[in-house]
Design a protein around this ligand. Structure first.
Ligand SMILES: [Fe+2]
Length: 202
């Protein structure tokens, strides 16, 4: 069944800190393109000939190889649009405890996230790692699926591809990063973080 793009119009009108409606609308369009491609790939996979898979080229093989790009392009944008906001919310006690246990302090997490976002174009994902029960920053760059840690649960997604900010900020990426991090929607993030952590990170 085809996936429908989600609507994030609630962010328009100044509800995503530092992002204009024009910037957001262009980004929504790009996100909708990933949903369309994910649907296209999965529809073709439904009937693709599985008799001659090949590393160099084969239709089925290539569809499977590109599926993670469209999947992560879809899901990470949805997580990003869900977790950005206007700065009116703050981390709850569980979120603060888990972030502090993982990075030393909330400020240290912000400092590391800023540094990671400035390190390359791509995504910075704050992920819960089932290996050690702590949060880590995971830099995913060059493609939406390149570099993703295997045994983790994505908690926070921040988009630092140029298309996410260039209309509003041009080369002033650090200003975008500062605004998006101070505007995060902690009502959403607190719920995500409540799913993990337990006593392990305590
Ligand atoms: Fe994006």
């Amino acid at each position: 069944m085809a996936r429908e793009p989600k609507n994030f119009d609630h962010l328009l009108g100044g509800n995503a800190k530092g992002l204009s409606d024009a910037q957001l609308k262009a980004h929504f369009t790009l996100y909708q393109g990933y949903v369309k491609k994910l649907n296209e790939i999965r529809e073709k996979l439904g009937t693709a000939d599985r008799s001659a898979p090949n590393y160099s080229f084969n239709e089925y093989s290539e569809l499977r190889r590109r599926e993670p790009v469209a999947y992560n392009g879809t899901v990470l944008h949805e997580m990003y649009f869900e977790n950005i906001g206007n700065g009116s919310t703050s981390p709850d006690e569980h979120a603060k405890k888990l972030i502090t246990a993982s990075f030393g302090s909330v400020d240290a997490w912000i400092a590391d996230t800023k540094a990671a976002l400035m390190s390359a174009h791509g995504w910075v994902l704050t992920v819960f790692d089932y290996e050690d029960g702590k949060l880590h920053n995971n830099l995913v760059h060059s493609e939406h699926h390149a570099g993703v840690f295997a045994n983790v649960h994505t908690m926070i997604a921040v988009d630092a591809w140029e298309h996410a900010y260039f209309f509003d900020y041009q080369t002033k990426k650090a200003d975008y990063v500062a605004n998006v991090l101070s505007g995060l929607n902690w009502d959403v993030l607190n719920k995500r973080l409540a799913m993990v952590g337990g006593n392990k990170a305590g």
